[in-house]
Design a protein around this ligand. Structure first.
Ligand code: ADP
Ligand code: MG
Length: 450
């Protein structure tokens, strides 16, 4: 089957699925799949790594059924990991030129860890610089008293798990002989409970006490679980005394963990405690740029700005918003600010604490640029007035989602074509290299919200 036909069918399948499964599932599991080969009977999809694979196969039946609906006939669906022999063969059958990464063997990674969570893919910024440095230090020099234990805490979606897996992946790659054990605290607790029930306590003990590096994610799960705390206390001591490394993540600092045995709190605090803070605007933009690069898409600056300026709390949400925009643009056939605003209309509400109006925008912008509102409303064409006027119009369009004619009306009865021109001009400036405009826009948005 021709590649365009194959891609067309896949797009229709995605389209259909998008109405049937949650947006999160679509973004996380379906969109990363790429069609690599198709004939009358078979459709082969690749997924980026073995981590995605184990999840992707759960969708196989649904995907097959959707193909049946979309194409009115049955297809056999094969899913393989990118770079695997199966996918390389499929690409050859499809006559697709192979890029080096497609034939390269995948690096050895422990299956417990997400291979995509590495130091390389982690964007360092002011909020996570120290945490990142501490994790690199631990990964490079395991054991002993060097930052041991490392206690990493911070809010949800800020990269704790990513950093923890980065340490695990780093150590597994460089020191295959070392035993790295990664566990979600919840799983740790469940394993402990069933070990006791099934009288398999020795196995449990052996698994955790033989680790050279023990990574326990979301340790807050141990709060209030007394028996578990005692067990963990012993595991902790056994490892620590024999110079093995322990890294924990938590959603709060040790002193805020409720009903935690005091001796455990002391242990947690005996190494290095580092926090991770929400990313600043620059880091958010940098993360999105990296995502765009990884996805091989060209995303205009104003779209990056729009997402980064509006989603500030957490990187998971930032990712989610970005993926939503990508999913939309796939269907829309282009990626621009209009598509982004439409894609995120449910996530980014143009009404923060106070109700922003065109008046407020003009007021804030005029003060920022040291002109008067009357000058903005006027028809004067001098540069020092047109720039703020155009920016105010742009903000009305993309912060308030006002229509072009409505904006014209609010700005002293200007024609809608003037408004369109203004918005395009500002978008173009935002996209031009070395433009300092995105900083101004970001600052103005901040002032509007406060
Ligand atoms: P936490 O464990 O703190 O809740 P995660 O580590 O699961 O957060 O991060 C949420 C998502 O954001 C993951 O997909 C992760 O890869 C991504 N992420 C977080 N911080 C960064 C960063 N600094 N650079 C790149 N991606 C990041
Ligand atoms: Mg986590």
């Amino acid at each position: 089957m021709q590649e365009t036909e194959m891609n067309g069918i896949w797009r229709k399948v995605i389209d259909r699925l998008s109405g049937e499964i949650s947006e999160v599932s679509l973004k996380t599991w379906i969109l990363p799949m790429k069609p690599v080969y198709a004939d009358e009977k078979t459709f082969v999809l690749s997924v980026p790594d073995s981590f995605s694979y184990s999840n992707a196969i759960q969708w196989k039946n649904l995907i097959r059924n959707t193909f049946t609906v979309v194409c009115s006939r049955d297809y056999e669906i094969d899913i393989g990991v990118s770079g695997s022999q199966e996918i390389v063969d499929a690409l050859r059958r499809q006559n697709t030129p192979l890029s080096p990464t497609q034939v390269e063997d995948h690096p050895r990674v422990s299956s417990q860890m997400n291979p995509q969570y590495t130091f390389d893919s982690f964007v360092v910024g002011s909020g996570n610089r120290f945490a990142h440095a501490a994790c690199v230090a631990v990964a490079e020099k395991l054991g002993g008293r060097n930052y041991n234990p490392l206690f990493l805490y911070g809010g949800s979606g800020l990269g704790k798990t990513h950093l923890m897996h980065s340490i695990g992946n780093y150590v597994t790659q460089r020191h295959p002989e070392k035993k790295v054990v990664y566990v979600q605290c919840e799983q740790f607790v469940n394993e402990f409970i069933s070990a006791i029930k099934e009288i398999a306590y020795d196995e449990f003990r052996e698994k955790y006490r033989s680790a050279d590096l023990l990574l326990i994610d979301d340790i807050q799960f141990i709060e209030g679980k007394e028996q578990m705390q005692i067990e963990f206390f012993h595991t902790f001591n056994a490892l620590h005394e024999s110079g093995k490394h322990i890294v924990m993540t938590c959603d709060k600092p040790p002193q805020s963990l409720a009903s935690l045995e005091e001796r455990l709190r002391t242990r947690f605090s005996s190494g290095l405690i580092v926090d991770i803070q929400p990313p600043d605007y620059e880091t958010r933009v940098a993360i999105l740029k990296r995502r765009a690069q990884l996805n091989n898409v060209n995303v205009p600056e104003d779209v990056l700005d729009y997402i980064s300026a509006n989603i500030a709390t957490n990187i998971r949400e930032l990712d989610g918003a970005f993926n939503t925009v990508l999913a939309y643009s796939l269907l829309a056939g282009s990626i621009d600010l209009e598509v982004a605003t439409a894609a995120l209309k449910d996530i980014i509400q143009p009404k923060p604490a106070r109700q922003i109006t065109a008046q407020i925008i003009m007021d804030v912008v005029s003060r920022y640029y040291n002109v008067t509102v009357n000058e903005i409303l006027s028809n004067r064409r001098s540069q020092d007035i047109t720039v703020p006027r155009q920016i105010a119009m742009y903000l009305c369009r993309f912060v308030l989602n006002m229509t072009f004619p409505k904006i014209g009306e609010e700005f002293g009865g200007k024609d809608h074509t003037t408004v369109i021109h203004a918005c395009n001009k500002v978008s173009a400036d935002l996209n031009s290299p070395n433009s300092s405009l995105s900083k101004d826009i970001e600052e103005l948005k901040k002032r509007l919200i406060i």
